[in-house]
Design a protein around this ligand. Structure first.
Ligand code: E4P
Length: 221
């Protein structure tokens, strides 16, 4: 399963890339609004350069014609730009059009299996089910991912399931077990994936015991 970072922060992207854990990035207008002191074009251009893979950038138009205009502008910024289009009727028209122009689309704000199927039929490269926001209203976000996986496998849709609105490591484990193609994670969830209390406890014990071997702290040097 690929791991994307869900962020507008160039610092988080650089740290994640240094860890060797970032296959791509997703952004949205809310994440971009948190970046201060830089205009939108500069922020997006920096992210595209720093990311060793696809970067989803969202249109803010809601009508088909303007979605296409914004999509073409987004795509001018980099070969790794993926256009994020919301799941609406105009969005589906835009997805079909962009597919013909060979511009990859991530269809966002997916909350039902049938929305995912329509996006895949229209030609989206990615669908983004928002699991955390479903959990927030007492639904089961990961069950939606299972449903989409079954539908895409039944009909051999070549569309990536990108698990979004991830809130914790359990979402990531379940995404991998279901066979989702990508999970996009906030930076704090990415770092939590490396942690376990028994790992920290074990490391502390080894370091304490090493002091018995070498009280002066020397190690083969
Ligand atoms: C996905 O691409 C979205 O940017 C994101 O995952 C939304 O997550 P949220 O529900 O935490 O805002």
């Amino acid at each position: 399963m690929k791991i994307f970072l869900d962020t507008g922060s160039i610092e988080e992207i650089r740290q994640g890339v240094d860890m060797g854990l970032v296959d791509g990035v997703t952004t949205n207008p809310t994440l971009i609004s948190k970046v201060k002191g830089k205009d939108f074009k500069t922020v997006v251009s920096e992210i595209l350069k720093a990311t060793p893979g696809p970067v989803s950038i969202e249109v803010v138009a809601v009508d088909y014609e303007n979605m296409i205009k914004q999509a073409l502008k987004i795509r001018e910024l980099g070969e790794n730009a993926v256009v994020k289009i919301p799941m609406t009727v105009d969005g589906l028209k835009a997805i079909r059009d962009l597919k013909q122009r060979k511009i990859p689309v991530n269809c966002t704000l997916i909350f039902s299996p049938i929305q995912a199927m329509l996006a895949a039929k229209a030609g989206a490269s990615y669908v983004s089910p928002f699991v955390g926001r479903l959990d927030d209203i007492s639904e089961d976000g990961m069950f939606l991912v299972e449903q989409i996986r079954s539908i895409f496998d039944n009909y051999d849709f070549q569309c990536n399931i990108l698990v979004a609105s991830v809130r914790n490591p359990v979402h990531v484990v379940r995404a991998a077990m279901i066979g989702a193609d990508v999970a996009t994670l906030p930076f704090d969830v990415l770092t939590k994936l490396t942690e376990h209390p028994k790992t920290a406890e074990g490391l502390n014990r080894f370091l304490e015991d090493w002091k018995k071997v070498s009280p002066e702290g020397k190690f083969l040097l």
